[in-house]
Each structure stands twice: as C-alpha cells, then as structure tokens.
Design a protein around this ligand. Sequence first.
Ligand SMILES: NC(=O)c1ccc[n+]([C@@H]2O[C@H](COP(=O)([O-])OP(=O)(O)OC[C@H]3O[C@@H](n4cnc5c(N)ncnc54)[C@H](O)[C@@H]3O)[C@@H](O)[C@H]2O)c1
Length: 288
Amino acid sequence: MAYNLLKGKKGIIFGALNDMSIAWKVAEKAHEEGAQFVLTNTPMALRLGDTDKLAEATGSLIVPADATSIPDLENVFTKTLEHFDGKIDFILHSIGMSPNVRKKIPYDSVSYENYLKTMDISAISFHKVIQTAKKFDAMNEWGSIVALSYVAAQRTLFEYNDMADAKAALESIARSFGYIYGREKHIRINTVSQSPTLTTAGSGVKGIGGLMDFTERMSPLGNATADECADYCLTLFSDLTRKVTMQNLFNDGGFSSMGMSARAMEMYNKSLDCRDCHDHPDNYRIDK
Ligand SMILES: NC(=O)c1ccc[n+]([C@@H]2O[C@H](COP(=O)([O-])OP(=O)(O)OC[C@H]3O[C@@H](n4cnc5c(N)ncnc54)[C@H](O)[C@@H]3O)[C@@H](O)[C@H]2O)c1
C-alpha cells in the first residue's frame, strides 16, 4: 500500500544489482511512494546484473560509477543534477564487498591489499559519496542519507571477517558527517543495521544459512526481510523522520538486544550430549 510518502522527492540509489538486492526493493517502493531517482552501480554490475530492468520499470536514469572513484561520483552528481534540473532529497548507499570474504581468507590471515579494498568499497565510499554531494551542494535542506550496516559492527559474528571493521567505520562516518552536514544544511545521515538477508552479497558470507536460522530463532519478531528493510529506509527518506540523525538504527526483529532465546536454547540443547549436562534441558520450560 502506498502512502505518497516520497511524493516529489528525488534521489540517488547506489547498489541495486538484481531483484534480491536491498537497494532494488528500496527503489521499487520509493517509486511506489512517488519518488524519482537515478540508479548507479559499477560498470561490471550493470553488465552482469538486471539494473536496466529496474530502470525501465521505474523510469530512472542509470549512471555507471565505481563508488570508490571520485571522478565517477562527480559524474553521478553532475548527471543527476542535470537530469532533475535541481537538487535531490535522498541518497541510499547500499554497497558492500570484501575480497577477503569472497576468497574465504580468515580474519587472522587477511591480505592487507584486500582489507584496504574492503574498507574503501564498503565504508570510505560512503564518505566519498557524502563529501561529493556536499561539494556539489547537491542536496535540498532536510534531505536524508542512509547506508546499510550490520550488527557485526558492535558484536563479533564469526565469519563476517573484515566487513565487521568496515561496518564499524561506516557507522562512525554517519555520525561524524551527520554532525557537519546537519549543522550546515540540515541534512540527516543514518545507518540501518539489517538482519542477515539472502542477497548476492549476503550469500557470500560463509555459513549464511546457519546464521539466518540462529538470528531467526533469537529475534522475537524474526529476521527482517529485504522488503521490510526497504520500508524502514523509506520512512527515513520521508518528512516523518526530520530530526533523526547520526543514528545506527536496528531493523533486525530485536536480535541486537537479545542474549539467549527459548527457541535458540532449544536448538542448542538438542545438540548437546544431555547425559553429561549438569542441568538437564528437561528442567527448562521452552515456550516456543
Ligand atoms: N544481505 C545481508 O545479509 C545484509 C545484512 C546487513 C547489511 N547488508 C548491507 O546491505 C548492503 C547491500 O547489500 P545486499 O545484501 O543488497 O547485496 P547486493 O549484492 O545486492 O548489493 C551489494 C551492491 O554493492 C555493489 N558494489 C560493490 N562494489 C561496488 C563499488 N566499488 N562501487 C559501487 N557499488 C559497488 C554491488 O554491485 C551490489 O549492487 C551492503 O552494504 C551490505 O553489507 C546486507
């Protein structure tokens, strides 16, 4: 159901690769809510992915860009401002990639060349996007910038590897730049920390199936889907959240506040040799 939440708003959406991408869902829903936007991704992603279909369905312009390249980003902002003949109201940064994760190199033996790429693509690109937007004075006052994060920024989750460090930096950039851009132009900057989600990037994390089962069991509301993440992002682009800035906002069904749940405990106890347990699991009451 559409509420016309983004009627008349214009933006740039980074990172829609295919119909599983979180950015794809954001684009579809932003279109339903009355927004217009430019879509951008790397030339390779545009060749291998389906972004052209999304552009056709939403009537959007595509501008290729590697988000680590300042000249590419300058081109995105130049073309966007020309295309709309004016400023924009929102930016979605939905970009992540770790060569160490991709090559399954463990955290305690990462290649530093890869590590620097992880940081540049997954975190510093956010700084570059915001700095370029500011340099071009591309945003209307009270605009909104959102990047996607993950709880591994705060807590260690095995196998998330150097992406955890990138997400911690990403969230810090939202705070540091949120102060400056907020003070000067009333632009708000937030990160949304999303549940594990089966997308192309998500599938690259080793053991994603087990992780999703664990977080589903741990979260009182269950894992948030990509669609639900998009719904949340739209509220942050809308005028309903004008004073929300410099926050990392969890869209994770409650996972980040949990220590242990009945459903996870049940699973854990099943895998124990209970004869050796001091506290037999039958002593626990499992509600669901
Ligand atoms: N899937 C999950 O479990 C999950 C959970 C929490 C947060 N996130 C975050 O959500 C965001 C979107 O990921 P997704 O899950 O939709 O996967 P996805 O693979 O669909 O999207 C990742 C995007 O990053 C783009 N990208 C990679 N390198 C780039 C570069 N140099 N310049 C520009 N774009 C580049 C890819 O082309 C792709 O479109 C990422 O920041 C990811 O870390 C994902």
